[in-house]
Design a protein around this ligand. Structure first.
Ligand SMILES: [Zn+2]
Length: 371
């Protein structure tokens, strides 16, 4: 049985007598009611992806969608003569979404039953409920972040990027350079934080501390002069990747304490973790402070440990660590969920060179520390 309350991440539309009124093969001028167009727009603005599973002639259906100005709103359309359940399952697989995150709307009870038979977790809705969807809880995410509002564009950019990568024959580093990657590291503001929370929830794999910092804790630290909350975004010539990382740093006189570094697994192949660590090490070298980094081993963050080691962090003892306290978080108000199993890695920084594969825009932490 489907979970009726879980948020829907992608809605798959039937076309004839569901999205539009009429059957395209009988009536090339099928009508799209404004009220249905409004539903598509509303769901899109909430970050809910939309796709198509329709038994139709692909070229005819797609050109009608283009005429109606709606084609760009749908990702991975499946228009042909195959089973709808196959289309829906393929769409879920390609998006890497669980079936429980997919919804399907169709006027034909037999089509809905066919999808339910092969993919029972997919939630099916009759076409006459289309106008009610935006009012339903499962289509109403609590927080709609900047990244959610442009989620569709990010997916579309990623499909183009993947296609380009498949056809690219040179070395990986050359491909990365061809993307014109730009990384922005910036001090977080209030709006960034919801993106950051979404990110740290989704990216346990690359979360070096293996701990979740809540929105409230990070928000409190925004105004703490000893702390830096930094967000990392990435764009390239295909479009935005959105927020791809978050860093929480506490400044002491002789040492900067890296309490959290999480990066999205979507950008691992771009070497984002190494670029961020190199930037931080260079900033610390200019500020003439040591670096200490918290690390809690989980069964999913081995990649991050490798990134730290590769950047030069070691387990060697150093006098500077005493400044961080012994509560496992090094912070008086327990700003981080501490714990005895947090290891502290250490590094004596030296200047690092600029990344070779991307342009980096970042604040100057070093001069702030001296001023
Ligand atoms: Zn030290």
């Amino acid at each position: 049985m489907p979970d009726t309350a879980a948020p829907v991440k992608c809605l798959v539309w039937d076309l004839d007598n569901t999205l539009w009124q009429g059957t395209l093969l009988e009536d090339p001028q099928v009508l799209l009611p404004d009220s249905v167009r409004d539903v598509v727009m509303a769901l899109d603005s909430r970050g809910i992806l939309q796709s198509i599973a329709s038994k139709n002639d692909y070229d005819k259906a797609w050109s009608r969608l283009e005429e109606l100005g709606l084609a760009e709103y749908f990702v991975l359309p499946r228009i042909g003569w195959g089973r709808k359940s196959d289309s829906v399952i393929e769409i879920a697989e390609r998006l890497n979404f669980a079936h429980s995150a997919i919804a399907f709307i169709d006027d034909q009870p037999a089509e809905r039953a066919e999808v339910t038979f092969h993919a029972p977790e997919v939630r099916c809705y009759p076409a006459d409920e289309a106008l009610m969807l935006p009012g339903r809880a499962e289509f109403s995410p609590e927080v709609v972040t900047v990244d959610a509002r442009r989620r569709r564009q990010m997916y579309q950019a990623n499909f183009r990027r993947e296609a380009e990568k498949e056809s690219f024959t040179g070395p990986d580093e050359e491909f990365l350079r061809s993307l014109d990657l730009v990384m922005r590291i910036g001090r977080a503001d209030g709006e960034d934080l919801s993106r950051v929370e979404e990110l740290t929830l989704r990216t346990s794999q690359m979360n070096a501390t293996g701990v979740h910092y809540s929105d409230a804790v990070l928000r409190g630290l925004l105004t703490d002069p000893d702390h830096e909350v930094l967000t990392i975004t990435l764009t390239d010539r295909f479009g935005p990747h959105g927020a791809v990382g978050v860093m929480l740093l506490e400044r002491h006189l002789a040492v900067w304490h890296l309490k959290l570094l999480a990066t999205s697994c979507r950008v691992v192949s771009f070497g984002a973790g190494a670029v961020i660590l190199n930037w931080l090490i260079d900033q610390a070298a200019r500020a003439e402070v040591h670096l200490a980094a918290d690390f809690r081993r989980t069964d999913r963050n081995r990649m991050m440990e490798i990134a730290y080691r590769f950047a030069g962090f070691t387990d060697e003892a150093c006098g500077c660590i005493a400044a961080l306290g012994t509560d496992g978080t090094g912070h008086r108000d327990a700003a981080g969920p501490g714990g005895a199993d947090i290891e502290r890695m250490h590094l004596i920084p030296a200047r690092r060179s600029e990344p070779a594969t991307m342009r980096l825009m970042s604040p100057d932490l070093a001069s702030y520390a001296r001023g």
